[in-house]
Structure formats: C-alpha cells, structure tokens
Design a binder for this molecule. Structure first.
Ligand SMILES: [Zn+2]
Length: 284
C-alpha cells in the first residue's frame, strides 16, 4: 500500500464521512455545502444545487472564519459538507478544516459521482450563466440580421450528441434551428416554419433524424396510457414515437411538402445522422 493510501485511509477513519442521502439531509437542514472541484469538472458534470464553489487550493483561506479572505458564510459552529468528484481529496480537505477548528465538517463519501449515482438532484444553471459572462466578454456578433443569411431552416431531434453548428459548418445568423424530441413535424414545427419562411425569408429546409434516438421504438399508445394512468390526465400531444427511422424521415418530409402554410417546399431534404460516425446519410 502506498503512503498516500495509508494516510488517506487513516484520515478517513477519523473524520465524518456521510453517504449521499445523509448528506442531502444535512444540506436540507442548512449545512454549508462546498464544492472543491476545479472549474473543468464543474463544467463537465454540473454541481449539487446550493453548492458554493471553493476550489481546493484556496479552501482553508476561504473557510477559516478568522481569515481576511473568508467566505461570508464561514463561521465556527456552522455545519459544513465538503465534496469533490470521487471522494478522495475531500477526505484530506475535511481533515484540514477540522484542524482549523471548524466542526462539524462532513465529507460526502464517494463525492459528486456517488451523489449522481444515487439519483439525487444536480444543476448546471450557475455554471452556464458564468460561462455566458465569459462568452459575452468576447462577443462580436451584435450586428447580425434576424433574417438567416443562408435562407435555411434546419429541423432536428433535440439529441444532445448532435452539435448542429459544428456538424453542418453553420455559424450564428445563418439558419433557423428548430429542435424537438425526434425531430418530427407537427403543427408546432409548421408554425415555426411559417414564421421562418413568411416573416424571415427562409426558403430551404433540412430535416435531420438520427440513429439511437430516444423516440425510436417508442409506442405512442402504450406510453400515453401509462402517463394518463399515472397523472389522471391524457396528454393532448402525440409522443412521436416511430418504428422505422428512414420511414419517419420520409413521413416528416412529406408532411412539410403537403403543408399549405409553407410557401417554399421545393428544397426540402431529409437525412439520418449516425451518432457513432458523425456522418449524415441522405434519405430523401
Ligand atoms: Zn433523437
């Protein structure tokens, strides 16, 4: 066993380590929740709602109530829960805080990974807002027209693996992007396209479904029945599940071509995006 493993195990044995559910109870009761992970991990995974990000490198200086650099919430006697990504460095962090005289201080056993695995709530909103501030500081697209320069609208599934801008080489201001579960065409998409074509000058439509879609194989009737049984109300929307991917693309394109509300239906093409290769395959 390495020296750090021995030290870590001995430290863990003497500090308070709580499992995710116990930690949630402490947080709900008002414990000061501290996320010691670096920004890159917070960006990649999100964080626990209410957590204050104080990176490991400055932890003691920010949590010591007698430090001039203390966080406003740092005070003796305030219950603290500390977490990192996997629950290793947080053990040493908690020990260090206890040595400063802070208590009770708890380590979230297994870290953020264990919290996620337990199905407990996570949030990314604060991280996204912080990212936006940085984005706005180097923003140079403030004079673009609302009319897409390529006169193009793209309809696609909402799948998180499809970066439409990157995979199509699109940039801001060039196309309307309409996304939903499955990339299907309903009256809602027709509404958006009517605005796109009639008010904002687009003429061409590209429709993109993809492999491994969440709506693939979904049986609408069964799922709607299950929802109605659970909540007591039947949804007015159709889920949009489908059996054959190519058929669904053809059907969606047909629906667009048949719409009386769209003045431009001569340039509509339908594709399937392969999430394993990044390649588009034209269907129609
Ligand atoms: Zn999908």
């Amino acid at each position: 066993m390495s020296s750090i493993d021995r030290t870590w195990s001995a430290t863990r044995a003497r500090i308070s380590s709580v499992d995710p559910l116990h930690a949630k109870k402490l947080i709900d009761d008002g414990a000061f929740l501290v996320d010691t992970r670096p920004a890159a991990q917070r960006s990649a995974f999100g964080t626990i709602p209410g957590a204050v990000a104080i990176e490991r490198t400055v932890l003691e200086w920010r949590l010591d109530p007698s430090s001039p650099d203390r966080h406003p919430r740092a005070q003796f006697g305030e219950p603290i829960v500390v977490f990192c990504q996997e629950g290793y460095s947080s053990v040493l962090a908690v020990d260090s805080l206890v040595q400063l005289g802070l208590r009770p201080v708890h380590d979230l056993a297994g870290g953020f990974d264990a919290w996620m695995a337990a199905g407990l709530p996570v949030t990314s909103a604060d991280d996204l807002v912080a990212h936006n501030v940085e984005y706005a500081s180097r923003f140079e697209q403030g004079t673009l027209s609302r009319r897409p320069t390529r006169r193009l609208a793209v309809i696609a599934c909402m799948d998180s693996r499809m970066d439409l801008f990157a995979m199509l080489g699109l940039r801001e201001g060039e196309a309307h992007i309409i996304r939903n579960a499955g990339g299907i065409v309903t009256e809602h998409e027709i509404r958006s396209l009517a605005v796109s074509q009639r008010l904002l000058g687009t003429e061409e439509i590209i429709l993109i479904h993809h492999t491994d879609c969440g709506a693939h194989g979904l049986d609408d009737a069964t799922w709607v029945d299950a929802i109605a049984a659970e909540v007591g109300v039947r949804p007015e929307w159709a889920p949009g599940g489908f059996g054959d991917l190519d058929d669904d693309v053809r059907q969606s394109v047909d629906r667009l071509r048949a719409s009386p509300f769209l003045p431009h239906t001569d340039r509509i093409r339908g594709f399937v995006y392969d999430v394993t290769t990044g390649l588009l395959r034209e269907v129609i």
